[in-house]
Design a protein around this ligand. Sequence first.
Ligand code: FA5
Length: 351
Amino acid sequence: MTSNPTPTDLEELQASALRELEQAASSEAIEQWRVAYLGRRGRLTQVLRGLSSLAPDERRTAGAAANRVKAVLEERLAGAEENVRLGRLQAIAEEGRIDVTLPGRHVPVGRLHPTTQMVREICDAFASMGFQVVEGPEVEWDYYNFEMLNIPKDHPARDMWDTLWIDHVDAQGERPMLLRTHTSPMQVRTMQNAEPPVRVVVPGKCYRYEATDATHEWHFYQVEGLAVDEGITFADMKGTLYEFARLIFGSERKVRFRVDFFPFVEPGAEMAIDCFVCKGGGCNVCKGTGWIEILGAGMVNPTVLEGVGYDSSRYTGFAFGMGVERIAMLKYGIDDIRLFYGNDLRFLQQF
Ligand code: FA5
C-alpha cells in the first residue's frame, strides 16, 4: 500500500492498528506500535508519503482520509499511554497501602534530664516566694568569679575553688578568664545592672578542677540566690530557706544553720536539713549525724555591696548557693553523682 490507497485500505489499516494497540499492555509495546504505524517508516507515514504521486483530485480525498486515520491513531496512542501511566500509579498505591486497622507503632517520648527537672523544681519554689530567675555566662572573668566577691589575687580563699582556667593571657601575662566555679559571679553582675530591691535565683552549670567521686563531679549545677533591699535580716534568710526546704523535701523537715566561711558573706552559714531517711536518728545517708548539709549562705558582705556601688549603710541582703545534683541525690536517694552524666537510660528513665 505505498500508493493509491483506497478508502478500504485505510479502514483496514486503522482497524488492525487499533486491534494491535489494544493488545499493547506496556509502555514498551506501545512504543513499538507507535514506530510500526506512526514512525518515520511506519505504515501510515508511508501512505501519506505515497499521496504525492496521485492526481490532485485523488490526492485531496485520499489525503483527507489518511489524515483522519492519523488523528484517530494519535488520539488512541495518547489514551493508551495514559492508561499505562495510571496503571503504574495504581500499583504503587496498592503496594504502599495503609492498613488503618493495624495497631499504632510505639513512638518513644523523651523526657527532661533529672538535673533539669530538679533545677526547675528549685526555681519554682523560689519563684513562688517572689524571686526572678536569671542566667549568666559559664565562661567568666576572674574579676566576677573572685575579685568582686572579695577574693583578691593570691588570697588563700581561692583554694576553696579548684579552677579551670581559659588559655587566654592578658597584657600583664595573667589568665583572667575561667570556667565559673560557682554561680556567685551572677550576684555581682545582677547588682551592677539593677538597683535594689533585688530578688533573683540563678541556675547554671559550674566547673571545678576536681577528681570525681560519688559526691563530686568536675561539672555540676548550682542554684544561686540573692535578695537585697532595705532592712533585710538574717531572719529573712532563715525563713526563706526554711520554706524552700519544706517545699522541696516536705513540710515535716527541720532545718539547722551553723556558722561557715565564704569571703563574700558575713556572717556565713551552712544549712542542713534533718535526715529524711532516719528522721534524725543517724543512718548511712546522714553518716550517723542525723543532719544533711544542703547549701552555703550568709548575709552579703558590705565590701561586695560597696563594690557594685550600693550604699551598705542603707541596704542589706542575703545570698545562698546550692548544688542541684546533691539536692536531687538527697531527694531521690541516689548514691552516686556520676550516674547523672553517665548517659545510662536505665538510670535516666526512672525520672
Ligand atoms: C559555693 O560555691 C558558694 N558560692 C555558695 C554560696 C553562695 C555561699 C552564696 C554563700 C553565699 P561550695 O563550694 O560549698 O560554695 O558549693 C556549693 C554547693 O555546690 C555544695 O554544697 C555542693 O552541693 C555543690 N558542689 C560543690 N562542688 C561540687 C562538685 N565537685 N560536684 C558536685 N557538686 C558540688
